[in-house]
Design a binder for this molecule. Structure first.
Ligand SMILES: [Fe+2]
Length: 191
């Protein structure tokens, strides 16, 4: 799949619309996981899947999601179109990471993105437990253990994370792929 924009253009777009450093590093983490998943699920589309991850929260500081969660997703799609990068596949994937907006995930790409988003935050939360707070220290076993503690990182939607199984990737493989992906960009994401 050919993206309408290059990774560099996508990164510029992200920085144009999102200023908060914590949001930007979150987008880099999701991009990394999406690339890791694409290597298994869509080897020809690694860059494309990465860009979908990179831009999934493009509207974070533009739409009034605190008042109306349904605006999160469609606003990113509108920004892409307004910027001349309209792409139905990418727009749908971005919208489907927030089903509250009315678009449910239906494709492998869409299931991957809705799962990768909370997984990135979840792994970050697990890393914070370790003395060095590094993703390099995070063990597969700890991710599994904390996943079952519903009060731990309660904001990370477990149901969305489990959507990964609809792509054919097991929960255990998802943990490994995500850990490896986040370790590769550890410096950029401050972990
Ligand atoms: Fe996100």
């Amino acid at each position: 799949m050919e993206a309408k924009l290059t990774r560099e253009q996508a990164n510029d777009l992200l920085h144009k619309y999102v200023k908060g450093e914590h949001y930007i590093v979150h987008c880099y983490a999701v991009e990394a996981i999406m690339r890791g998943l694409a290597k298994r699920l869509a080897p020809d589309d690694v860059e494309y899947w990465g860009i979908c991850g990179l831009l999934h929260d493009l509207d974070e500081e533009t739409c009034p999601w605190r008042e109306d969660m349904a605006t999160h997703g469609p606003t990113s799609a509108r920004i892409l179109r307004d910027e001349g990068f309209g792409d139905p596949v990418m727009e749908n994937a971005i919208m489907a990471h927030n089903p509250v907006c009315g678009k449910n995930p239906e494709t492998t790409l869409e299931y991957a993105l809705i799962a990768a988003d909370p997984m990135s935050g979840f792994i970050k939360a697990v890393a914070q437990i370790y003395p060095d707070k590094k993703v390099a220290s995070v063990k597969h076993k700890s991710v599994n253990k904390r996943f079952k503690e519903t009060r731990f990182a309660a904001g990370a939607n477990r149901q969305y994370m489990m959507e990964i199984e609809k792509t054919g990737i097991s929960w255990d493989d998802f943990i490994d792929i995500s850990l490896e992906a986040m370790r590769e960009v550890a410096d950029e994401i401050g972990l």
